[in-house]
Each structure stands twice: as structure tokens, then as C-alpha cells.
Ligand binder design. Structure first.
Ligand SMILES: Nc1ncnc2c1ncn2[C@@H]1O[C@H](COP(=O)(O)OP(=O)(O)OP(=O)(O)O)[C@@H](O)[C@H]1O
Ligand SMILES: [Mg+2]
Length: 373
């Protein structure tokens, strides 16, 4: 059971014209928790939000908001009776209402004086004091998104639903507005379900992330757990870039060019994919943080290209596996010479530089190759 202001979705299935798009979907958002629905385009994220908002009739399952059943098949409360606020990417401000009119839209039952105070307070919270009588078209995209957020939060909803609310903004503005949004949600302890297809945005916003794939939840958990302990190859690749090699499990471990990884229950003989995060590759002499786990198997590598990406550097290398030892070092793993390495800070070795690269085995993930369907 959820507490006073939680959100609970149970056994949700949904089909459009007979085509199922959401299956076996269950998720509970605790009071004051921010949960991100993360997944590729078309996996059903918006459909889930529309079901919670009451914009789509529920076909199966149950939706509970703040302890009250708001949706079961054939018995859907209308959106305005659910006490949820929403900000959808394409749901613009009302152009015929000024900013006060927009923010006050959900406050129809509030007395005039209180209403004006609430509007002023909300505009102040999103740093738009003084814009009360401005019109939507006079505001920048970022300001409009902040007004939309103020409008959604003004009636103190039991939960708020945000569908890619920042995706129309350019990179810098996006991080500023989502930072502000997170402060607002957290200081008001608002229960929030936020949709995004951007893993970095999800990790920035979420207390927990639910990774979706084809209408189902693939994994749900704290961002750090999803990133460092992905439950599937899909989650590992969706959360961030990986180097990928094919290998076959042996008695002693899972062979990689750097040496064997622990078996972790994989049966010898199993064909696997080994996914290695670019930051799992440690360049001797380039560490600026502390390498906590002993890296395995330093190998020579030649730099193909290096680029500064801001806070990190991205180095393309060609691993030099010693042909005389190839059998031992690769141990059956397929050779894969082009690797991506992420190094904290600025590290820009010239093309052709010889480096030594080793592997932090904690950031290497092993998954059995899926049987062809
Ligand atoms: N009204 C509709 N009628 C028919 N099919 C729909 C309708 N709305 C969505 N779909 C289909 O349902 C699937 C899920 O759509 P949904 O909008 O929930 O995905 P999404 O995860 O939000 O994707 P995106 O990241 O592109 O917004 C898609 O295949 C989509 O084409
Ligand atoms: Mg969508």
C-alpha cells in the first residue's frame, strides 16, 4: 500500500486498436518520491502517463493516487477529479490567458485574494516575479516551461506527471530548468512520475528509475544500481555507451583480452556478450580519481584519436594483443581491437601514442547471448 500521497499502478495492460503497447506494468511511487520512466521511443511511456492522468480509459489493472482508486476498467475518474498536475512537452500555455491566468488556471475554487497570493508565490518559486501580466508569447521557451511547472504545482496536486518537459529546450537551458524543477519537487515533497528517453536526465532527476522496453518494465531501482548493476544487456546499453565483445564461458572464468572475469554463475560453454563501460578501462598514468578495485591485465594500446568532451576525455584506442600469447590472453574471446576509453578530466594523448590499458572488472557486465526468436 502507498502512503497518503503515493501513486500505485497495478497490473496495467493497454492496447491501441488491438495492438498491445503496455503489458504487466506495475509500479509504486512513494510519497514525495521522484520516479523516472526511461525508455526508447514508442515503449509506452506517454501511454502510462495518460492512463494515470485519466486521459485514456483504463483497459486492465488499477490506479491508486493518494490512497484513492482513480481508475479501474469502466470506472475512470475524470482528469480534473484525480488531483494530479501534468506538464506535457506539447501542452503549451494557454495563449489567450496571461501568465497569472495560466498559473491560476487550476485555482478556480480558491478565493480571489488567496488565489493572487498563490500565483505570486508560485511565480517567485520559478524566478518569474514580475511576469504576472506578461503573455505567453513574450516569454522564452525556458520561461514558458517554468510557467507550465508553476501552473501544474499551483493547486498542490497529490502527484505530478511530467512528460519530457525539458526536451524542447537547448542543452544549457535544459539543465538549468530541470535543476530548478528538481529543487521545487523536492522542497515541496511532490510525488512525481517523470518521463524521459535521456538516461542522463533520468539519473539527474530520479530517486528511482524504471527502465521500460516494449511496454514492460525491464528494471527498476536507484540510478546508481541501474547504471552499475544492469539487469540485462538492454539496460546496460541504454544507460550508457559500452564496448562489447563476444566470448564463451570457461571453467576458470569469462575470457576477455584483459584476462578472465569471475564466473558469477555463468555455466562453462555459454556464449556471452561482455559489455565494458568506457570508464572501466583505466589508462596507466591517467588516473585522476582513485582506482578502487585492482584493475586486471594491463595491455598495450595505440591511440587512434582523442577528444575532450568537457568533464571527461574520450580516447579511441587499438588494443595490441600479443599474438604469441593471444590464446592465453584472449582465451577464446573474440578479438576486438577498437575500444573507447573515458578518462576523467583532460587527457588528450596524440594519435599513435602507446598507452597501457587495464580493466576495472566491476564495470564489465556479462550476459548470455539471447537465443534467436
Ligand atoms: N492514440 C494512439 N493510437 C494508436 N497508437 C498509439 C496511440 N498513442 C500511441 N500509440 C502507439 O503506442 C506505442 C507507445 O506510444 P507512447 O506514446 O506511449 O510511447 P513513448 O514511450 O511515449 O514514445 P516517445 O518517447 O516517442 O514519446 C507506440 O507504438 C505508438 O505508436
Ligand atoms: Mg512519449
Amino acid at each position: 500500500m502507498t502512503g497518503p500521497a503515493g501513486l500505485e499502478l497495478t497490473d496495467i495492460h493497454h492496447a491501441y486498436d488491438g495492438t498491445p503497447v503496455v503489458r504487466d506494468f506495475a509500479l509504486a511511487v512513494a510519497p514525495g518520491e521522484v520516479v523516472c520512466l526511461l525508455g526508447p521511443s514508442g515503449c509506452g511511456k506517454t501511454t502510462i502517463l495518460r492512463l494515470v492522468a485519466g486521459l485514456e480509459p483504463l483497459q486492465r489493472g488499477r490506479i491508486v493516487i493518494a490512497g484513492r482508486v482513480v481508475g479501474t476498467p469502466g470506472r475512470d475518474l475524470p482528469p480534473e477529479a484525480r488531483g494530479v498536475g501534468f506538464v506535457f512537452q506539447d501542452m503549451a500555455l494557454f495563449p489567450h490567458l496571461d501568465i497569472a491566468g495560466n498559473v491560476g488556471f487550476g485555482l478556480r475554487k480558491t478565493a480571489a485574494g488567496d488565489k493572487r497570493a498563490r500565483i505570486d508565490a508560485m511565480l517567485s518559486r520559478v524566478h518569474l516575479d514580475g511576469y504576472v501580466h506578461a503573455w505567453p508569447h513574450q516569454l522564452s521557451g525556458g520561461q514558458q516551461q517554468r510557467v507550465a511547472l508553476a501552473r501544474a504545482l499551483a493547486p498542490s496536486p497529490r502527484a505530478i506527471l511530467l512528460d519530457e518537459p525539458f526536451s524542447g529546450l537547448d542543452t544549457r537551458l535544459r539543465s538549468a530548468v530541470r535543476d530548478e524543477a528538481l529543487h521545487l519537487l523536492k522542497s515541496d515533497k511532490v510525488t512525481a512520475l517523470v518521463v524521459t528517453h535521456d538516461p542522463e536526465e533520468a539519473m539527474f532527476m530520479a530517486d528511482r528509475i524504471a527502465v521500460m522496453r516494449a511496454g514492460r518494465i525491464e528494471q527498476v531501482g536507484a540510478p546508481a544500481d541501474i547504471y552499475t548493476q544492469p539487469a540485462s544487456e538492454f539496460v546496460a546499453e541504454f544507460m550508457g555507451e559500452v564496448n562489447r565483445i563476444d566470448s564463451v564461458v570457461r571453467d576458470v572464468g569469462v575470457p576477455t583480452p584483459f584476462g578472465p572475469l569471475p564466473l558469477n554463475g555463468h555455466a562453462p560453454g555459454t556464449a556471452v556478450h561482455v559489455l565494458i563501460r568506457p570508464e572501466a578501462l583505466k589508462v596507466a598514468g591517467a588516473e585522476q580519481g582513485i582506482v578502487a578495485a585492482a584493475p586486471i591485465g594491463a595491455l598495450p594500446a595505440r591511440v587512434l584519436a582523442s577528444r575532450l568532451l568537457g568533464r571527461t576525455s574520450w580516447v579511441h584506442v587499438c588494443l595490441q594483443t600479443d599474438p604469441t600469447h593471444r590464446h592465453d590472453s584472449l582465451g577464446g574471446a573474440e578479438e576486438h581491437s577498437h575500444w573507447h576509453v573515458r578518462v576523467p578530466g583532460q587527457f588528450l594523448p596524440a594519435e599513435g601514442t602507446e598507452l597501457r590499458v587495464s580493466l576495472d572488472p566491476r564495470q564489465a557486465f556479462v550476459f548470455p547471448v539471447a537465443a534467436p526468436t
